[in-house]
Ligand binder design. Structure first.
Ligand code: NAG
Ligand code: NAG
Ligand code: NAG
Length: 428
């Protein structure tokens, strides 16, 4: 008994001592925890600042766009491309050595803006507030909120890794990315050196901020597994990427099936911009209305046969710049597939199909003024000429949700209507 009681009392004494030690130490320990959290938050905020500093280059002039964007006019030699180790000594090509469109004058000093004479070609909203001077390029400023919206700020501007697709056996060799839905036209089986289209511009409704809706062309090489090379350009609505529902001009590139390389717009080093009129990722203005004026944009992507770089043109007059050939493996030679059309993310909110719209949100059969279209779709062939493509296929995962209908005529060449509302009685 004596033994037990003394042992138990010595045990309680030890507990008491420990408890007292804990009480005495707590005021010292707690602040350490708080301090550690504060340090980790400070570290993250410092990392975000550093990341933003890497993305946002020193600006010569700042333009506040009516849509809330800030456009920085950055000296052409300070653009993000030149962070790339392979571009340290790069001499900027101020014009392509070749243009597949006979109409374009390679030798004019400065593109005269919208010289097409149509008068209804949309450009960009920030033009309402000013222009960038010569020798600068306009860059949409990335804000702290933009990177904080991304699951990891280092992945801001990249495509989500979890959409890396299984290659499919069925034609077309399209990614059936989980939750991604397409309504597209495509050609494959040849060697392609570019693609062109005229696309009308809309503002599809997005049901949830983690979804997007885009209309673009794809210039593709390699296979959809590990090593896909892709250059993409068009318009998109993406609340996660931009923080709003505006329709924006965008580009995307990857050389490893959306894994480590590539990004949207100028959000990583790669694309070299030469143009001071058009900002990647900035809002397009004006856009088409249902039963109302239709506004369309031209997108042309082509490979310079001499330098090997892939160039991009917006509208009839704005040669934006180029992706250097060395960024790519397959596309360093040529593309093996071209696609045109729409893509949305269906994250199945509430376990049902998303009501995120593609294109105008209306089905192809509704036709002009209501449905969205790609017209005068063309490829650049092996002799570097723009041609109407032969053997166009179409593809959509669920035609009751989003559909595509192709045709051809004298005015519009090869064209297709595409899009849809997503969720409806036939697409539950
Ligand atoms: C850039 O040029 C410098 C000086 O000519 C040279 O030392 C360096 O190796 C070059 N760097 C690259 C990546 O070509
Ligand atoms: C975008 O539109 C959706 C409805 O389509 C709306 O719920 C959301 O608040 C909008 N987001 C922003 C940032 O305006
Ligand atoms: C794509 O995936 C969806 C489900 O994720 C499936 O219902 C559909 O059949 C697939 N489409 C093709 C063409 O494989």
């Amino acid at each position: 008994m004596g033994y037990d009681s003394s042992s138990s009392s010595s045990r309680s004494r030890v507990f008491l001592l420990l408890w007292m030690a804990a009480v005495v130490a707590l005021p010292f320990y707690l602040p350490t925890v708080v301090h550690a959290r504060k340090v980790s938050l400070q570290r993250q905020s410092l990392a975000v600042k550093k990341h933003l500093k890497r993305l946002n280059k020193p600006s010569i002039k700042m333009i506040q766009s009516p849509d809330g964007d800030i456009i920085d006019c950055v000296h052409i030699s300070h653009q993000p491309a030149f962070d790339h180790p392979f571009l340290k000594n790069h001499t900027i090509q101020m014009r392509p050595t070749y243009h597949p469109d006979g109409v374009y004058d390679l030798n004019r000093e400065k593109n005269p803006g919208s010289g097409s004479g149509s008068g209804s070609t949309p450009t960009q909203m920030w033009h309402l507030s000013g222009r960038c001077p010569e020798d600068t390029i306009p860059i949409r400023r990335t804000k702290k909120e933009d990177v904080l919206r991304a699951s990891s700020f280092r992945r801001y501007g990249k495509k989500k890794q979890n959409v890396i697709p299984e290659p499919r056996s069925a034609e077309p060799d399209l990614i059936n990315q989980s939750g991604h839905q397409h309504a597209i036209a495509y050609v494959e089986g040849g060697k392609y050196y570019g693609a062109k289209a005229t696309i009308n511009v809309w503002d599809p409704k997005i049901q949830q901020s983690n979804e997007f809706s885009l209309s673009q062309l794809w210039v593709l090489g390699g296979s959809f597994g590990q090593d896909l090379n892709s250059i993409e350009a068009g318009w998109q609505v993406s609340p996660d990427l931009y923080g709003d529902n505006n329709t924006r001009l965008f580009t995307y590139w990857t050389s490893d099936a959306y894994q480590a390389t590539g990004c949207y717009n100028l959000l990583c080093s790669g694309f070299i911009q030469i143009n001071n009129d058009i900002a990647m990722g900035a809002s397009i203005f004006p856009i088409s209305g249902f039963h109302n004026s239709q506004y369309d944009i031209n997108i042309l992507v082509w490979k310079d046969p001499k330098e090997g770089n892939w160039w991009m043109q917006f509208g009839n007059d704005y040669v934006l710049g180029y992706w250097p050939s060395f960024l790519f493996s397959y596309l360093a030679d040529s593309a093996s597939m071209i696609e045109w059309g729409g893509e949305v993310v269906n994250s199945e909110p509430d376990g049902e199909h998303t009501s995120t719209q593609m294109g105008s949100g209306h089905f192809p059969e509704e036709g002009f003024g209501k449905a969205s279209y790609f017209r005068n779709i063309q490829v650049v062939d092996e002799s570097n000429n723009l041609k109407s493509p032969k053997g166009i296929g179409t593809f959509t995962e669920q035609s009751n949700c989003y559909d595509v209908q192709s045709g051809s005529n004298g005015d519009w060449g090869s064209y297709f209507y595409y899009g849809g509302p997503g969720k409806n009685s036939k697409c539950p």
